[in-house]
Design a protein. Structure first.
Length: 85
């Protein structure tokens, strides 16, 4: 085997650059954590509001569905009565 290097030796990185990288990384993690917590609070409040409004919305949808079914039944009976005559 020969003593030829496979790749160049790594450069020494300045301690200032290392400090800056780690500082930015930790700042980003902290910011992400705080941002996630704030958004989670908003989302939980929105979900609670939707749960409160769900019975009202379901009742309105059921009433509208009932009216549509009645209108279809009436239209169908009128159509059948005109065909039978």
């Amino acid at each position: 085997m020969s003593s030829v290097e496979v790749g160049p030796r790594p450069l020494q990185v300045s301690p200032l650059i290392k400090f800056g990288r780690w500082s930015l990384l930790l700042t980003g993690i902290l910011y992400g954590s705080l941002h996630q917590r704030r958004l989670s609070k908003k989302e939980n409040a929105r979900r609670e509001q939707e749960l409160k409004e769900k019975p009202i919305r379901d009742a309105k949808l059921a009433e509208e569905k009932r009216r549509i079914q009645e209108a279809e039944a009436k239209m169908l009976s009128e159509t059948l009565s005109t065909l039978v005559k």
